[in-house]
Design a protein around this ligand. Structure first.
Ligand code: CUK
Ligand code: CUA
Length: 863
């Protein structure tokens, strides 16, 4: 048996011989048409999510220079969201509404707006060393900042600026209970904001580690309780927090222990030569728990830019800071799940070095130092701290752990490979080629105390020939690798079209519990009820001098108010509340020409603010296609110049309808509404009779539908009042509004009915599924609607109507002409004035359609 056949057999269950041949023939055709191998098909099956399917893991990837983040599913590698962090993101209104601007502007540096970021390392909050699915943090290398994202709604809530660094890189890494976030400096610079000549590099330039105090309950960094450990200007790099046995300690690499300062323009060798002269650089080892205690006593800290800094001498005097030589210009440092091993990648060295935390602690305890650096920091002996070294290949950069004890995966930048090896036994196990030049790699919860294994994603810097050419700037390439087998298997490529993601972290999807709506009137950026919260009936315009405040609501399919007139020069603030409770009913809002935009998810209140400094008429509208009447969801802002005289155009007024025509239109509208209501009532009857409320999915749809229906009574009252007052035009408009609500009710109601039918009907056999598909694809449903007489007879009960029904129907499908003379068929032809066409169905398809009709018959009561 070929692999394909085996695959189909396994998928469909042995014994379904006929369906197996059906699916297998189709699969073979697809494989042939698309040039797929059997291996490809297996890989596709490993990553494919059927419509509506979900992924086991969710990845949060840095967006590199985009200053955003990306969210995608694993193994499907489907993008789910972008999150604006350091950069405006217009869809979500980030940077275009007032609330999000407040967050974005927390990232101003020395009073200046910065609207981009170079995001590198995302970190997920942890409880006891495991991901808790609550908070996500990300650093900005270019403008040293850290941002906090709330995983309840995937929105950025806070940005903090590092008060002393001028650049950073080794962040943002949570400690195991999210007590602190580590952020290590990158390019050393003076801590103060003054000029210091480069010749005074050793004396006045500094590196460091900032320990941001984090409150996991509210998800905010506590700036006042945070502090920085001063370090020599060695260009600190990646960092990791200890866990389990190494809890309380932090580890940070560096790549310029030479303290080289460049000078290409004065004839000195460039940075790259000077920074890599020594055979070794320094791994910084520090006790953050002890440092946090020290920082509480003002004696131990210097205040620089209003921020606590622990000088190196204080850390050294309290046995809280040590250095260990590590191979030349290393990059990644990763602590093993049990906390015992610290694996450092060589970058310019083919080796990866495994340090032993217990050995390090022994040296520290015995004060057994190999020497001191020029700043007086004790140096531990490299050999005595090492568990061992392994030669992996060229350009090792980063490591990730799996669920198998001792198993680790390392990226090789120069070799374009992922290496699987054992860090305890110091043995290489497997290598997989990637395309091309991998930086970070991502395991599943790999940085926690309980890595999940299963997959590695290779975050490649170059894509070269992997995708359609889209010009000289190529996408990045994330490649999914299956690591569940003995050797690695590369499954699929995912182009990344948004900056260069350095690192990404993956969490089990079941650990995430985001909301689907906000409590009514919530300011999403603070989590509090918004001062501008507006409920139905509270819409208004308030004026105070030249300050205009509009309290508006949005609900399918109107914005209230719909006309706003202001004077040129007025400062306009619009508070917008989305009154929807229905899932996924987001409205967007903009006023043309004023560079404002808001995204209003159900329950959210957002404000936009602008000065109406130009005269004219400006439409405002909903920017999300939210219903069939989305285009009608609009209004006008009219800005008039108070110093100008406007000439009236009243005499150009158009002629209008006669009272009789009005009455006729009113009557027509009312009767259409009555007919629509009858359809709704029949659906309601069906739903009730079939106990819809026992099915959560259906119940939710019905709640949505009734929400719309409930609005009708009030509109009817207004319509009747208008009739009583003799204003037929107004009455017609309210009747139209009633029809809108009915259509929305019916739309959701019918969806609920369809969902319910599928839930309570008997399950379809594989043949019946194929039959329904053939029925639809063959165009049968163009004339035959199940449960209804359409342009052809209703087929419910067709198998009973004829003697030997199954055989008769099959023959009729295959050769309709043969039956035209039969009295029953003849009468149908006369009645519908149509002949059943020959659709050239294969015997296989015909058989499946009969199976489908059998299924219809069994469930006839539902149609
Ligand atoms: S870094 Cu870019 S590949 Cu910023 Cu973690 Cu290593
Ligand atoms: Cu609301 Cu479109």
């Amino acid at each position: 048996m070929s692999l394909t056949k085996k695959l189909i057999g396994v998928t469909l269950g042995v014994g379904l011989a006929s369906s197996m041949s059906y699916a297998s023939a189709e699969l073979e055709k697809v494989m042939k048409d698309r040039g797929l191998t059997e291996q490809d098909v297996v890989r596709a099956a490993k990553t494919y999510n059927p419509s509506g399917g979900r992924d086991e893991f969710v990845a949060f990837s840095s967006g590199g220079q985009s200053g955003q983040m990306m969210v995608y599913g694993i193994p499907s590698m489907r993008l789910l969201k972008y999150i604006g962090v350091f950069t405006p993101e217009p869809w979500q209104g980030y940077g275009f509404d007032e609330e999000s601007k407040k967050v974005l502007r927390q990232g101003n540096i020395r009073g200046r707006e910065i609207n981009w970021g170079d995001t590198h390392h995302p970190g997920l909050s942890e409880t006891k060393g495991e991901y808790d699915g609550k908070w996500l943090v990300i650093n900005d290398k270019a403008n040293p900042r850290v941002a906090v994202i709330d995983l309840a709604d995937f929105e950025t809530k806070q940005i903090v600026v590092n008060p002393v660094f001028k650049s950073e890189h080794g962040g943002s890494f949570f400690t195991p209970n999210s007590e602190y976030i580590l952020e290590a400096c990158q390019y050393a610079a003076p801590f103060d904001n003054e000029y210091h000549p480069i010749e005074e590099y050793k004396e006045t330039y500094r590196g460091g580690i900032t320990l941001w105090k984090f409150d996991p309950k509210i998800g905010r960094i506590q700036e006042k309780e945070s502090f920085t450990l001063e370090l020599p200007p060695y260009m600190q790099d990646l960092s990791d927090a200890g866990k389990n046995m190494s809890f309380g300690w932090g580890f940070t690499n560096s790549f310029n222990s030479e303290m080289y300062t460049g000078g290409i323009e004065v004839g000195l060798p460039p940075f790259e030569a000077g920074c890599s002269r020594n055979d070794t650089d320094f791994l910084h080892v520090y006790n953050w728990q002890k440092l946090a205690e020290l920082a509480k006593d003002p004696k131990n800290v210097k205040i620089i830019n209003d921020h606590k800094v622990i000088p190196m001498e204080v850390a050294v005097a309290n046995d809280a800071l040590f250095l260990i030589p590590e191979p030349k210009s290393p990059h990644g440092v990763d602590v093993s799940p049990d906390g015992k091993y610290i694996v450092v990648c060589g970058k310019l060295d083919t080796h990866t070095s495994v340090y032993d935390f217990e050995k390090i602690q022994k040296l520290i305890k015995n004060k057994e130092y190999a020497g001191k650096d020029p700043y007086g920091v004790p140096i531990l002996d490299m050999k005595k701290s090492l568990h061992g070294q392994v030669e992996l290949g060229l350009g090792p950069l980063h490591n990730q752990y799996s669920n198998v004890d001792g198993e680790i995966y390392t990226s090789l930048y120069v070799d374009s490979q992922i290496v699987k090896w054992n860090y305890k036994e110091l043995k290489v196990l497997d290598k997989e080629n990637v395309h091309y030049n991998v930086g970070h790699l991502m395991g599943m919860e790999s940085e926690t105390v309980t890595p999940q294994g299963k997959y590695i994603v290779s975050l490649n810097k170059l894509a070269i020939d992997r995708f359609q050419n889209v010009g000289p700037l190529h996408p990045q390439n994330h490649q999914l690798i299956d690591i569940s087998g003995k050797t690695m298997d590369l499954l699929v490529d995912m182009p990344i079209p948004l900056g260069e993601p350095h690192n990404a972290v993956a969490i089990q999807a079941k650990r995430l519990h985001p909301h689907v709506r906000y409590e009514m009137g919530t300011n999403s950026r603070t989590g509090e009820i918004h001062e501008g919260k507006t409920l139905a009936g509270q819409e208004r315009v308030e004026r105070d001098g030249n300050k205009v405040k509009v309290y508006a609501t949005l609900v399918r399919s109107h914005i209230n108010p719909e006309r706003i007139t202001v004077n040129k020069g007025d400062e306009v603030t619009m508070y917008l509340t989305n009154l929807e409770r229905a899932q996924d009913e987001t409205h967007g809002f903009t006023v043309d020409h004023f560079n404002v935009h808001a995204s209003l998810e159900p329950g959210k209140t957002v404000s936009i603010k602008f000065t109406a400094d130009i005269e004219g008429v400006f439409p405002y509208y909903c920017t999300e296609f939210c219903s069939a009447l989305h285009l009608e969801m609009m209004g006008y802002l009219m800005v008039k110049d108070p110093n100008k005289k406007y000439v009236s155009a009243q005499k150009l007024k158009m002629a209008t309808m006669s009272p009789e025509q009005m009455k006729a239109e009113y009557d027509k509208t009312v009767s259409v509404n009555a007919a629509t209501d009858a359809v709704i009532q029949s659906v309601v009857k069906f739903l009730k009779e079939n106990n819809y409320d026992k099915h959560e999915v259906v119940k939710n749809l019905v709640v949505d539908a009734l929400d719309q229906y409930g609005k009708i009574a009030e509109e009817k009252k207004k319509s009747d009042e208008a009739v009583a007052a003799g204003d037929m035009e107004k009455a017609i408009l309210f009747e139209n509004m009633i029809w809108q609500y009915m259509v929305k009710t019916a739309d959701v109601g019918i969806r609920a009915k369809d969902a319910l039918v599928r839930l309570i009907a008997t399950p379809q056999s594989t043949e019946a599924v194929a039959g329904e598909k053939a029925f639809a694809e063959g165009g049968c449903n163009g004339c035959h609607v199940i449960g209804k007489v359409s342009s052809g007879p209703d087929l419910t009960g067709v198998l009973q109507r004829h003697e030997d029904g199954e055989k008769w129907v099959a023959s009729f499908i295959q050769n309709p002409e043969k039956h035209f003379a039969e009295p029953y068929v003849k009468s149908m032809i006369d009645y519908f004035n149509l002949r059943m066409p020959n659709q050239n169905m294969s015997p296989e398809e015909t058989k499946n359609i009969v199976e489908y009709l059998k299924w219809v018959e069994t469930n006839a009561n539902l149609f």
